[in-house]
Design a protein around this ligand. Structure first.
Ligand code: GDD
Ligand code: MN
Length: 354
């Protein structure tokens, strides 16, 4: 098997020699290259060139004049430029011990995964290298939040925030990736369903230099979470809104043709439910159909849910108006908003569940 070890670097000059030596040693059984994708403002690129000249294995350098996407952008550029399809992504400060690479490759060899994640939070893995209590807390909290927001995609991923993983790049959908900031693994896992497994590793302390983590990176991360999750939700909302307009138009046309109002309303509702489903398939959940149940089963679940929901919503409005003394308009609006979220969750977690 051929490997490319992709290392994003930003001002890591004193770590390069040690890193290259240890990677070369750990990857002796395989034909391996190291690919640095560097955005440094210091002498790191020169240092990489020096070390490359003496290295036991090929070392390549991409120095980006225009460092779009930061760490994540660098990794995506590395994936595109790698010589091998099997890529290992790791930090340049030796917090990710190169000695764990054989474990990643061995796990990949089992043949049941597209991504092998080196996790701090599984088995006898550890996060001792996190420099202080605040970082431990921030790491725990952001991991919990992220996993709660992607209960399906990250079901088997205890450490979606790690920067140490192996990926078969043929499984990645490049065009969907919008790297920004530090969390490229999350971007890869959230965009498309992949077969993911984990191995434990010990997150070490930095060899030299200092961390580039910052408040700004934290904000990038929240923006990324929002874009990944609510991007789908906005598309879902847009389809729902178009459906509502179509619904009204159909009722209007049918009633003008002399169709009974109740019949017109039922026909319009059913047509809209089916049309919405087809739009979900094509535009909202198209990346999830591959691993979900078959088309007929997805349709049956969506159709049954939407009909049940429409039926249940009417008595709930009645209860809100008579019991809670809300106006009919407010009660209807309230139930529609709640129904929107429930419908979204049902589709994301049940209809399109892998
Ligand atoms: N090319 C490039 N461009 N590399 C960068 C940039 C950038 O803008 N910013 C940081 N890096 C490189 C660093 O040089 C280092 O090799 C690696 O990315 C990680 O950066 P650190 O500064 O060491 O950050 P960290 O230790 O706080 O965060 C890392 O640990 C997290 C786990 O707690 C990151 O790897 C995260 O991905 C990881 O999850
Ligand atoms: Mn680090």
């Amino acid at each position: 098997m051929d490997l490319t070890v992709i290392v994003p670097t930003y001002n890591e000059a004193p770590n390069i020699a040690e890193l290259v030596t240890r990677i070369a040693h750990a990857t002796r059984p395989w034909k391996t290259e190291i690919l640095f994708v560097d955005d440094s403002s210091d002498k790191t690129p020169e240092r990489i060139q020096q070390v490359a000249a003496d290295s036991a294995i090929p070392v390549r350098l991409i120095h980006r004049a225009d460092p779009v996407g930061g760490l994540g952008g660098a990794v995506v550029e590395g994936l595109a430029a790698a010589s091998a399809d099997i890529c290992i992504v790791m930090d340049g400060d030796l917090q990710h011990p190169p000695e764990a690479i054989p474990d990643l490759v061995a796990r990949m060899d089992a043949g049941d995964a597209d991504v092998v994640v080196a996790s701090r939070y599984v088995g006898d893995g550890s996060a001792h290298g996190l420099s202080d209590r605040t970082r431990v807390l921030v790491s725990r909290a952001s991991t919990t939040l992220t996993r709660a927001m992607f209960p399906v995609r990250l079901k088997n991923v205890s450490d979606p925030m790690t920067g140490f993983f192996l990926v078969d790049r043929r499984a990645i959908d490049y065009d969907s990736l919008k790297p920004r900031g530090f969390k490229i693994l999350l971007e890869i896992l959230a965009r498309r369903p992949l077969r993911v497994v984990e191995i434990p590793f010990h997150f070490a302390t930095r060899f030299a230099g200092e961390s580039k983590a910052s408040m700004r990176q934290g904000l990038h991360f929240l923006a990324q979470l929002g874009a990944l999750r609510f991007g789908k939700m906005s598309a879902f909302a847009l389809v729902g809104a178009l459906g509502a307009i179509a619904n009204v138009l159909i009722v209007w046309v049918l009633v003008r043709w002399g169709v009974n109002y109740v019949v017109a309303a039922v026909v319009a509702a059913e047509v809209t439910i089916v049309a919405n489903f087809l739009m979900f398939e094509r535009f909202v959940f198209s990346d999830m159909t591959g691993q979900a149940s078959g088309f007929a089963s997805r349709f049956a679940k969506s159709f049954a849910f939407n009909n049940a929901e429409a039926l249940v919503r009417i008595p709930i409005v009645a209860v809100l108006v008579s019991g809670w003394h809300l106006s009919a308009a407010i009660a209807t609006a309230l139930t529609l908003v709640i129904a929107f979220f429930v419908r979204f969750l049902f589709h994301a977690l049940v209809v399109y569940a892998p």
